[in-house]
Design a binder for this molecule. Structure first.
Ligand code: HEC
Ligand code: HEC
Length: 225
């Protein structure tokens, strides 16, 4: 069940309980970690096993599709780590890396990376006038004829995200962006809230994916929150 659905159920259960005279505590087995607030100082003690892939400053590795984590929203990061363990997002190395962390640890690690203001690493993609124009169109207007919603309507006009569970995509590595959209197309990543991203991804052509990945990777990521 996607967390949004879980949250809806939780809220309707709480409403039902609140309106009844008798208080019954309710615990759902798979509560999303987004509800926990993170402690960045404790998170800092848990990331020594992460730097080999995500970098000392959370900058990731552009040519290996290791994502940039610096400045990303903490609750989003915690939810993704939860999903690797739950299996709705598949990547064995990531499941292995976080499987022994508690939900509170995940929130703490998320808070740690969210607070990092690491400068962007050089983009690997070169500008291309035609591709860049197509990317800008998809981000600001979408493509009504092909049923593609504007990326900016969810991720913000500059791709800087909206938090707490709407990630920034500007300044993310091109290889990683393309990999993730391909994962949604193949059904390998199916953890997004309300399946909004899965629906968008399935409508994107390979040239569109490349144009978006290349353009977005050359835009400035948020470097301080
Ligand atoms: C061996 C390399 C490796 C190690 C070690 C590793 N990661 Fe990852 N991480 C990846 C890769 C690759 C992905 C992208 C997974 C995919 O393709 O879905 C990823 C994705 C993530 C994401 C999702 C980012 C997003 O934008 O959705 C988070 C959060 C994350 N890692 C946190 C961590 C933390 C915290 C640790 C240490 C406890 C860690 N990783 C250790 C390689 C690694
Ligand atoms: C209706 C809202 C919506 C629209 C429109 C949308 N996205 Fe997303 N996108 C999301 C959500 C929600 C997530 C986070 C999914 C999750 O929770 O794992 C996401 C995640 C992503 C990610 C993965 C980020 C990461 O760190 O792993 C990429 C890349 C992405 N979107 C690119 C795009 C692009 C490119 C477009 C336009 C073609 C687009 N999105 C349009 C809602 C949307």
């Amino acid at each position: 069940m996607p967390p949004t659905a879980r949250r809806k159920i939780r809220f309707s259960l709480l409403a039902a309980v609140a309106s009844s005279a008798m208080w019954t505590p309710i615990t759902l087995a798979d509560e999303p970690p987004a509800a926990l607030s993170g402690n960045a100082a404790h998170g800092a003690q848990l990331v020594s096993a992460c730097t080999s892939c995500h970098g000392k400053g959370g900058e990731g590795v552009a040519n290996l599709a290791f994502p940039r984590l610096a400045g990303q929203f903490g609750p989003y990061l915690a939810a993704e780590m939860h999903d690797f363990v739950a299996g709705t997002r598949h990547r064995a190395i990531m499941k292995f890396a976080v499987k022994d962390l508690s939900e509170q640890d995940l929130a703490d690690v998320g808070a740690y990376y969210a607070a990092l203001s690491t400068p962007p690493t050089p983009a690997t993609a070169a500008p291309d006038a035609v591709m860049d124009q197509r990317a800008r169109q998809l981000i600001s207007q979408g493509d009504a004829a092909n049923g593609i919603a504007a990326c900016g309507s969810c991720h913000g006009p500059d791709g800087l995200g909206r938090g707490p569970d709407m990630p920034y995509i500007a300044g993310q590595h091109a290889s990683y962006i393309a990999d993730q959209i391909n994962s949604w197309q193949m059904g390998d990543r199916h953890n997004d809230r309300g399946l909004a991203m899965a629906a968008v991804a399935k409508k994107l052509s390979t040239p569109d994916i490349n144009a978006l990945a290349n353009w977005l990777s050359r835009q400035a990521p948020p470097v301080a929150r």
